[in-house]
Design a protein around this ligand. Sequence first.
Ligand code: SAH
Ligand code: SF4
Ligand code: F3S
Length: 477
Amino acid sequence: MNDYKLPSLRQAARRSKEVVIEDNLFVLPEELKTLGKGKKYFIRTHGCQANERDSETISGILNDMGYTAADDASEADLILINTCAIRENAELKVLGEFGFFKEYKRRNPDLLLAMAGCMAQEEKTVEEILRKYPQVDLIFGTHNIYRLPLLLERAVREKKRVVEVYSKQGEVIENLPASRALSHKAWVNIMYGCDKFCTYCIVPYTRGKERSRRMGEIVEEVRQLKEAGYKEVTLLGQNVNAYGLDLGMESGFAQLLEEVAKTEIPRIRFTTPHPRNFDEEAVAMLAKYPNIMPSFHLPVQSGSNRVLKAMNRSYTRETYLDLFDRIKKTVPGASFTTDIIVGFPNETEEEFLETLSLYDYCAFDNAFTFIFSPRAGTPAAKIEDLTPREVKEDRLRRLNEKVVYYAKKHNLEYQDRIVEVLTDGPSKKRSDIYAGYTKENKLVNFQGKDLRPGDLVQVKITECHNFSLNGVAIEKD
Ligand code: SAH
Ligand code: SF4
Ligand code: F3S
C-alpha cells in the first residue's frame, strides 16, 4: 500500500467564491534547515512565467534548507523538473528528460528526481509516471510548493516514492521565500489561477481558481525590489486585468497599475491580459505613467467569431478589434504581440482566413503561434476533429509567414533611431556585445563598454533583423 495523494481533474474544476489568504502557511522546521547541507540542486523550468516564478520560490526554499544551486544537472543530488502541460509537445519534452536523467541515477543512486508544476496536476500524466517512470522519486503540484521541505524529508529519509498533489482551488500564500533568477528584472505575482475555462486549455485545472494577492503586499514587493536596485517588474497572472474582482474591487487592475507606477520603478510590464476584463480605466491608465511600458501582449487566439465562441473566449472579433484600437489610440507607438491557435477542431479555411485578415489589421510586432493540441479532460478534446494534420501544419506555416513579414516591417522602422535599452548583460560569445530590451520590448544586441545588467543606456540602431536589432551604445545611464 502506498500513501499517494493523486490529482483529480473533476475536483480541480470546482469553483467557489471564497478566497483564502494565508500569511503563515509555510514553515521550515529547524531540523530541516540542514537537510540539504553539502548537497546541490538543479531546476529545469518549462512553460510560462508562472512556472519561472514558482521555480524561484522552489530555489528559495531549497537554499533555506541548506542546498546550493548546481551549475549543471550532472553535479546535482536533486534534479527538479518544473513541468508545463499546455500542449502535448511540452509534455513529451519533459518525459524525454525523465528518460535522460534515468542514466544519471544509474551513476548516482542517491540522486533524487522530482517533478513539480502543471503536469503533476494531471491525472493521466501522473498515472503514466507511476507506471513507466520509476526513476521519478517525488511528485508535487502547483498548490503545495510550501510543503516541499516535508515532502523532501520523506523522500530522502524514507527512500521511497512520495506523491502529493492537491486538486483544490488554491489559496494565496504570502510567506514563501524566493531566490530570484535575476538582479535587475523581476516577476511579481499579482494573482493566481484562472476561471475562464477556454475550452482548449488545461490551466484552470492545473492552477486553480482566480485569486488575487492584496494590493498592499504587491506594491510593497515592488517597492522593495526597487530599493534593491531592480529596474523592471512584470506583473503576472493568467488574466491580469481580472485583478481584484475576487476581492470585490472595481477596476482593480487600473488601481494596482497606478500604485505600482507611483513606486517609480523604471519599467513596468504585465502579462497576460484577457480582452474580456480590460476595462476603460485600465486602458486609460496605460498612458498615464511613463514607467508603464508601451508593449502589450493581447492574446486573440482566432479571428473567427464561430471559433472564438467554440473556444469560450467570451469576446468577438469586433470587440477585440475595438479594444485593440482604443489601446493603440491611447498609447501611440505601442507594440502589440499576440497568441494564436490554428486548427481548433473543425476550423474551416474561411475561418482561418479571418485569423489572417485580423492579423493584417493588427499588424502585430510578433506572435506565439500554435497548432491546437487536445488536452485530456478539456471540452475541446472531446470534439471529433475532421481537419487533417497536414492542413493544420499548412495553416501554421502561412500564419508564420505573416508573423515574420510584420515583425520585419516593424523592426525596419527602428533604423538609425536612438532607443533606451535595459541591459541584460554581455553576450555569451563577445564581452563587448550586450543584449537588452527597448521599452517596446524589442531585443537589441549592441556594442558597449563596462555595462552591467540593469544599466539603462541610449543605443543607436544600426541594423534591423526580423526578430532583433543591432546597435551601438551612445551614452551610459
Ligand atoms: N492566460 C493566457 C495564456 C495562457 S497559455 C491567455 O489566456 O491569454 C498560453 C497560450 O497557449 C494561449 O494563449 C494559447 O494560445 C496557447 N494554448 C493554450 N492551450 C492550448 C492548446 N490546448 N493547444 C494549443 N495551444 C494552446
Ligand atoms: Fe487558459 Fe483561457 Fe485561462 Fe488563458 S484565459 S489560462 S487560455 S483558460
Ligand atoms: Fe504551462 Fe502551467 Fe504555465 S500548463 S503555460 S506552466 S500555467
